[in-house]
Design a protein around this ligand. Structure first.
Ligand code: HEC
Length: 117
């Protein structure tokens, strides 16, 4: 009976500690997604889509619609050889190949990053 308050405090401490750890794991995972997306975008996409010279040479559109759902749909579409554009350009094939090389996780991360810009 004398020990009960201590035990209760311990239990409370452990409970709040695990809630804290859970919360920080979740928020870290969200931050990491965007960071991973940013790194991947810079490494894989920026040379065509962000750089003026890259856009001129490759005919890549500036990504103006960065809505998460839109980016996801476009990337999944390219990965399945679907696209709205009619003229065949070699960089379009590179876009399709790039989309095919991305995992679902990569697409999610890139879409999260672009929509947050
Ligand atoms: C080799 C150059 C190149 C690379 C690398 C590249 N793209 Fe593209 N991208 C293009 C071209 C060219 C188009 C237009 C294709 C067409 O005519 O359908 C395009 C189209 C798109 C579109 C559709 C734009 C719209 O307005 O509908 C999205 C979204 C896109 N790319 C995202 C990405 C992302 C994200 C990456 C990196 C994972 C990437 N691209 C890498 C060249 C590239």
């Amino acid at each position: 009976m004398m020990k009960r308050p201590v035990t209760t405090r311990k239990v409370r401490y452990l409970a709040s500690l695990s809630i804290y750890l859970l919360a920080s794991t979740i928020s870290n995972a969200q931050a990491a997604d965007k960071e991973a997306g940013k790194a991947l975008y810079k490494e894989t996409c920026a040379r065509c889509h962000s750089k003026l010279i890259g856009r001129k040479i490759t005919g890549s559109p500036k990504l103006t619609n960065t809505d998460e759902a839109y980016i996801t749909a476009r990337l999944k579409g390219y990965a399945q050889d679907e696209h709205d554009y009619t003229d065949e350009k070699k960089y379009k094939q590179r876009m399709i190949d790039t989309a095919k090389s991305l995992s679902d996780e990569d697409i999610k991360n890139i879409a999260a990053y672009l929509s947050s810009k």
